[in-house]
Design a binder for this molecule. Sequence first.
Ligand SMILES: [Mg+2]
Length: 484
Amino acid sequence: MQQLMDILLFCVTSTAFVLKQKLTIPSHKEAFADTTNQQKLVEALEQGTTLNATENVCTVDSNNVPTPHGHARSQMRLHKMWHRATYIIIQHIQGEEPLKDEDIYLLVQRRSNIKDYCPSKLDPTPGGVVGFGESYTLNATREMMEEMNIDVENGVNEMKYLFTFPYQDEHVKVWGGMYQVKYRGKLEDIKMQPEEVSQVLRLNLNEIRQLAQDDPDDWMPDGLHAIKLYLQYRHDHLLKRRLLKGYSHGNLEKYALRPKPQVIFFDCDDCLYFDGWQLASQLTAKIEEWCTTKKNLPPGEAYELYKKHGTALKGLLAEGHMEDCEEEIDSYLRDVHDLPIHEHLSIDEELRNLILQIDPSIPKYIFTASVRHHAERCLKALGIEDLFVDIIDVKSCNLETKHAKSSFEAAMNIAGVEDPESCLFLDDSLTNIKAAREVGWRAYLVGKVGRDCGKPISSEHAEHELDRIHDMKKVLPEIFVDQD
Ligand SMILES: [Mg+2]
């Protein structure tokens, strides 16, 4: 790594400009305090002797709404006020546009030692504090020109707005505007603003990851957060995953880093297997038969109860056709699920191998609208009954419909998970996918043909859609440990 750094430093320091920059900095050292010392920084902020101390900057509330008159930069820093800043991924492109992480080079700044925030730290997403009355885009355009001599309006170096995100720690509260610039010029044409920048490094994405991991304290923390968000965003784009509205605690305007999944919930029927809905049709017929023979209900009434109450069982109970006692409920559930599963399902080695390749630290549950013993029989027939922590069934959900909010809460309770964003969910039902997204789960639709309509289906609430469960590695590669 040291060798790599030497090469990179040589690349940068060999330009004529850096010599000029080295000559310029001492005068600033005299003018401004050494802000790497926290106590001296506070004194300098109080005295208004930090860099650009009186500049009126765009302070905001915690929802990114600007305050009426802004605040002096030194006051914003001193009182750790929410404010706006731009974070710019500067990709240096020479020739063809690269696709792989090891070929994608970013220009990373070493901040000057007189900055009023994170002096001398590495900044993977240069930018600046947005001025009062200034837009994010205007700021990003100005900062690129002032700090780096990069013209983003010349029709060659494109600049693109990506998203907005909040970041806060003990030192800073900021609403970041994330941009991407594709710089197609020469490295030697980069002209650093000496007050702001002491060095520019050209690093590829893998090198940035490695350096940040080796010495995180050498990087500005909000910049590190921003680059992690960017890498997540890039990953989502490459996999064509939907960046959903309501994504990550609100909407895309409040883009947040997703936690590692803590649990995966798999639906059972028509998701872990697909038999052309034969078992599903037999189940429907069994329910109809049970209602007409055991309860003397007219033909079609079972379906009416289902439509009105979400499940036939709920309808039978609500309309007094069935006693609300465990014995009778169990007998109903046992009878209607008495299906010839082995005639339809068989061992699925491909599925078994796939599930075995999933990160073993992520627990896997079956989350089904049916009953435990039915799911157990299906899993056994498929040869995967030993791969799940537990089965969450209709009884675990207090006989509620699967798409009820309380059912998702019950599932999270059983799995011992609190953050909905850390729940991955795979299901074939559009209703379940929509409901899962509403509670904040990350949902994936399995099966792209509708049972009732026989036509292609799609869900705007799903991050992605799969033809079959066996394709899940293509859309969720990060949860697999075996990357063959
Ligand atoms: Mg299903």
